[in-house]
Structure formats: C-alpha cells, structure tokens
Design a protein around this ligand. Structure first.
Ligand code: NOJ
Length: 531
C-alpha cells in the first residue's frame, strides 16, 4: 500500500495484547508475542495492527486507566520492545496503531495524585473538581457509564471529582490549556517513534459542559440504552467544543509525513452524530460506527445503516466497519449465533463495504465468546454487576493458535489470565491447513480485496434485492450479494463471474447471467468487468 492512503484501502486488525500470545510464560500476552505472530498477520494480509492500551496501568479498567502515557506496562514489555515491534512490523509492511486515553487518567497518575493533594496544587485544575451541593450531595446528576454517580467526594479537600467511568478513572479537564499541551507532547512522543496513528478512547466525550449543568432525565421517547441509563448524556459527553480538540489533533497528525491517523471511538447514538466527527476532513480520519455494530443481523436493518452512513459521512471522510471488539460480544456469537455461514457473510460485508474494515483478533477463525464463571472475572463491569452483566471478559479470552496444551498462546501448564475457549473446536493451525476453513476464506477474501480497486475504493450503490437479501455494487464491475435468510433466493440482475463465495466448494469462476442464486446465509462477490 506504499504511496496510497493505507488507512483507506487497508485492513486493520485489532489485537488485545494480553490475549494474543504470551512469549514469556507468565499467562499474559505481551508485545514480544505480537512480534512472534507478525508472520501470521502478514500471511493473513492485514495492513495495520491496532493494539489496545499498552501503557502503564494499575488495571482498574484493564489498561484504560493510564498511570504513565509514555511508559510501557512491564507485563507487555518496554519501549525497546515497542521499537522492535514497529521495526519488525514495518519490514512486513504492517503499521502499528496504539490506543490513547485522553478522557481520563488513572487515579494513580502523578497528575491526579498531585491534583487531589490540595485545592491549590499545581495540577488541581487538570481534573474536574466541584463543590458539593448545600446538602452535601454531588454537584449535579451526572451518572457514570459503569453505574452510580459520576462524582466521588474527596474527603480531605471537601470537593467532588468527576469520573465518567470508574472512580479510579478521574476525568481530565479539557478546558485547561495545560492538559491540551500535555497531550500534544504525548502524541508527538509516540508519533516520533514511528507509530502510525491512534485509536482514541471516548473521542466524542472528552470536553464537559463548563457550567456542569444537569443532564435531562430520559423519557419514554428515548432509545432503550438511554432509558436504561436514566438520562441523556448531553452535558457530560458530546459537547460541541470537543471538535476544537479533534481539529487540533488532526493538524498535529497531518504535520507528520506520512500523516498519522486518528481512529475515534465515537460511541454516539446515531449515524448523523457520528458523521460530525469527520468535520470537513479536519477531524478524525475514521470514526467507529456503533449504530452498525449494534444493528440486528438483518438485511434491511444493515442496509439502512449503511445507506445513512453513506449519506452523512462527508466526501472528505471515509467509513470504517467493524462488528466485534473488546467491549461487545463477538460477531460469531452476537450476529452469527454460532453459525459459520452467518459469520462468513458478516465478514464478507465488513470486507467489501466502502470503507476500512477492522477485524478483531479471532474473527478470522470464527472465534466465539468464551463462557466464563464468576471466579474468572477480570473486567470491572463483571465485578460490579454480576450476574446482571457478565462483563466483557468473554470477548477478551486468549487466541487459540493450536490444539496443544496452552493452545499456542502460553506454555503448557501455565494458567492464562483468562481461560482459553475450546481450542479443539477451532484454532489457527488446524484452519490454516484446511482449504475450506473460515480462516482460508478470510485470507482469500482479503486477497480479493487487495486485487480489486473496486473493493478498495469504488463507490457503493445498493441494488434492488428480494426480502432477506442485501446486495450492492462497488465501483463499475463488482457486485456483492448476501442472503441473510433461511431460504434460498435469487438476486436479480446480476451478471458476471463468481469471484468468491462463503460456500467454498465449487462456485469460484461460476458464470452468472440474469441473477445470482444464493443458498441460505450465503454471500458472494461477482465480477462483471476487469476491476
Ligand atoms: C472505551 C473502551 O473501549 C472501554 O474498554 C473502556 O472501559 C472505556 N472506554 C473507558 O476507558
């Protein structure tokens, strides 16, 4: 992808470092383990790896509570290991994207330790502090995403501090210019080391209402998530001023050659709001589309989200498609309900829509969520809300590389940080040998995407199709059709040659004229020209 904008045409692969490969036998994945598996990722055909946080953290929220933004968590390695990773990945034409957490730090970060030490400390105003109401209650009604009030009283100084997540994750005060300057330095520190960009945690939410106004209480007209939360997060998230910060970061990213990329976690309620985070090509390069992730796996629903996304993402922006990550149930479990056919069709859509696909480690072998017991819990959500919430551990379990003891993830006999799922049922080694496996399918699909400019950057146009089907044309010569139903059906008007189908058997090269017949849950790409 040299010379082209790799982040538009390439495939990004998300690695949860603790679960990818344990190189030193302590039960935790690490950066040397990622280096060990670069050959595999090159073979698979991905262009970049996004790593969940690797920075120093007491792990109240598994790395999303940062105590040193420029230091590496010792379990994962050190700065030299990061340099090696960047260099070794570079040799294989793979870029490294890190995760940055600017909304909040850890309560053990030296900034916060100083901030809470007294009302007049140097860093007091680096966080959001406010006086109690006259009855001693929190300054306003804001609620934490993880449950309970978003404020904790610091007895010693008599003020509350804000935390939109855990009390161990105090929110930084983005109205303070010193905070903005400090993060510019952090970006530069990593960009100068050769990091290709950042996935930005809570990219939509870092600036808070300056007057700390109460959020409106949810009503019956609000979507279920809002009703469950009890309020609309209009004052503690998504403030208009967040766009100033994103523009500042984009200018910083663009000052590098090649430009570094900003991939934002834009966890907003609707596609229109998500579209605003592209600005006029001067904010995020890529904004995650959570409306797509949370849509039901139905032809009509998905087609609608994509149609709206195509409308609201400005010409200067570029969509990004993902269906699994470390916060949501895996696509094999959530959309596919364990059905290989559905899983392959889901991945076919991610890799052929107009935009950048982000695969979550294990998607390529159809890895499902791993059922876990109460005693396995590591995620604070599971700790706090069990059994109502199982937490996010089931989608974070170790990658099964083989069917040996330790699953090729860790040494035999070592207890991994989370249990390994059923490595007998699916693992990389077995699927690599099997031409009819999901892994082979995904690798072939990525190769088809690389070969066809239509799939990398051609336009998207939805095609008429019967109920249960979703079909679209990319560019001038490529048609993609999915049958998301239990019945065989025929998508009319398709002519050409089948390039790849989720049914691996014998369809490649099949001539199609006047319509494409698809079995239940089958998907296929058809070529009608040379692109
Ligand atoms: C989003 C991250 O993806 C999630 O894992 C984390 O708990 C919250 N942000 C808070 O940082």
């Amino acid at each position: 992808m040299a010379g082209r904008e790799w982040w538009r045409e390439g495939v990004i692969y998300q690695v949860y470092p603790r679960s990818f490969r344990d190189s030193d036998g302590d039960g935790n994945g690490d950066l040397s383990g990622v280096i060990d598996r670069l050959d595999y990722l090159q073979w698979l055909g991905v262009d970049a790896i996004w790593l969940n946080p690797i920075t120093v953290s007491p792990n109240a929220d598994m790395g999303y509570d940062v105590a040193d933004y420029c230091g590496v968590q010792p379990t994962f390695g050190d700065l030299d290991t990061v340099d090696d990773l960047i260099a070794e990945a570079g040799k294989r034409d793979i870029k490294i994207v890190l995760d940055i957490v600017p909304n909040h730090s850890s309560d053990r970060h030296p900034w916060f330790i100083d901030s809470r030490s007294s009302r007049s400390s140097r860093h007091r105003d680096w966080y959001v502090w406010a006086d109690p109401k006259t009855d001693g209650s929190p300054p306003n009604n804001w609620l934490s995403v993880f449950g309970g009030p978003a404020w904790t009283l610091d007895q010693a100084s008599g003020q509350y501090y804000l935390h939109n997540f855990l009390p161990e994750q105090p929110d930084l005060n983005w109205w303070n210019p010193a905070v903005r300057d400090a993060f510019d330095e952090i970006y530069r520190f990593w960009f100068d080391r050769g990091v290709a960009g950042f996935r930005i945690d809570v990219a939509h939410g870092i600036v808070k209402d300056r007057e700390l106004r109460d959020n409106p209480v949810a009503t019956d007209d609000d979507p279920p998530d809002v009703r469950a939360h009890g309020q609309r997060t209009v004052y503690n998230m998504e403030r208009p001023e967040v766009h100033d910060v994103l523009r500042r970061w984009r200018a910083l990213a663009n000052s590098y050659d090649p430009s570094r990329i900003l991939l934002g976690e834009t966890y907003v309620l609707d596609v229109r709001t998500m579209g605003r985070f592209y600005g006029t090509g001067d904010e995020l390069h890529l904004a995650f589309n959570f409306t797509f992730i949370h849509a039901p796996f139905e032809a009509r629903a998905l087609a609608e989200v994509v149609a709206e996304s195509e409308l609201v993402i400005p010409d200067v922006g570029w969509p990004v498609w993902t269906a699994s990550n470390h916060d949501v149930s895996r696509v094999m479990t959530r959309w596919a309900k364990g059905d290989e056919r559905k899983h392959r069709s889901a991945l076919l859509s991610l890799l052929t829509l107009r935009g950048t696909p982000v695969l979550y480690y294990g998607d390529e072998i159809g890895m499902p969520d791993t059922p876990l017991g109460k005693g396995d819990r590591q995620d604070p959500l599971g700790q706090r809300h069990w059994p109502e919430s199982r937490g996010r551990d089931p989608e974070r379990t170790p990658m099964p590389w083989s069917n040996e003891p330790g699953a090729g993830f860790t040494a035999p006999g070592v207890r991994p940080w989370l249990p390994i799922g059923d490595a007998t049922a699916r693992n990389v080694a077995d699927q690599r040998r099997d031409p009819s496996s999901t892994l082979t399918f995904v690798r072939d699909l990525i190769a088809v995407r690389r070969q066809r400019p239509d799939l990398r950057n051609g336009s998207y146009q939805q095609l008429p199709s019967p109920p249960g089907a979703w079909a679209w044309q990319r560019g001038r010569g490529t048609t993609v059709a999915l049958n998301l139903s239990d019945q065989p059906l025929r998508v009319p008007g398709v002519a050409g040659t089948v390039v790849i189908s989720t049914e691996r058997s014998s369809r490649n090269g099949e001539r199609v004229d006047g319509g494409l017949s698809l079995g239940p849950w089958e998907g296929a790409i058809c070529s009608s020209g040379s692109t």
